[in-house]
Write a protein that binds this ligand. Sequence first.
Ligand code: C2E
Ligand code: CA
Ligand code: CA
Ligand code: CA
Length: 279
Amino acid sequence: NARAAEPYVRLYDHAADPHRPERLSLMGDLKIAIEQDALELAYQPKLEPRTGRVVGAEALVRWTHPRRGFVPPDSFIPLAEETGAIRHLTRWGLRRALRQSAAWAAAGHDLRMSVNLSVRDLGDASLPDRIDALLAETGLKADRLMLEITESAIMGEPEAAIVLLRRLADRGVELSIDDFGVGQSSFAYLRRLPVREIKIDRSFVKALDETAQDQAIVHSIIKLGHSLGYKVTAEGVENGASLNLLAEMGCDLAQGYYIARPLMPGAFADFLASHAAGG
Ligand code: C2E
Ligand code: CA
Ligand code: CA
Ligand code: CA
């Protein structure tokens, strides 16, 4: 049917990517899911290894597609970045996450909420005003919000990143460098950014207890981070021995399946009830 194929023909080269129509229809469905508020956020606790206190959470999007079932973020986030739909997703995620954060605060849990930004968000000049409005709406202080962005995203658009991230930091919003250690780090750029936290990529952490080389790398990143004034979080902590090692190395925060999987709000509340939560 030539007419049905027309939009794809105009926009894309079928020969170059035979999956294109399917990916476009997935992005159409994502747009609808955002508009209908049909996505969910799961929250993964961030814990202080030395005290066991839960001090924050990372919001991670979850999409159950009406026909395909669960679609993992790694498969639709890159597409949403390509098509620009990510900006809508980010706005939706910020609103949902900050409302959740306000609900926890009302229940007496003062947690810092981490939300992921992508490279395309760095071109969204309206983001600081939107965040201001959401903070005003929820009554949360700006430093309760932390934005996670990967090194590779920053290095892809360094000047734009610096301008936008400084505007956000001027408001008191905190900045975290995600997947630290796997991108092309440029300290020349990082030191121009108001970085609060670096997050050691989970590839260095998952077998920490049994890999001397990973221990050397993680320990070095912690010392480097601290000497630059950053808090250091390790993600992907999958066993107790690794968590103990991180405590000994002075790592500030840990996140991973051993502590908790990303949890839906009800399960997160249960988790908080069974752990000392602090701010
Ligand atoms: P990320 O930001 O590095 O998020 C951490 C990922 O590691 C999450 O996968 C989380 O479920 C997983 N994880 C946590 N603990 C462990 C562990 O102990 N072991 C292992 N093997 N994995 C662990 P998830 O939720 O599938 O998200 C994958 C990626 O998709 C995220 O990586 C992030 O880049 C992106 N993403 C997820 N939600 C959002 C969102 O709302 N906005 C944007 N821009 N990106 C998102
Ligand atoms: Ca992240
Ligand atoms: Ca990460
Ligand atoms: Ca990642």
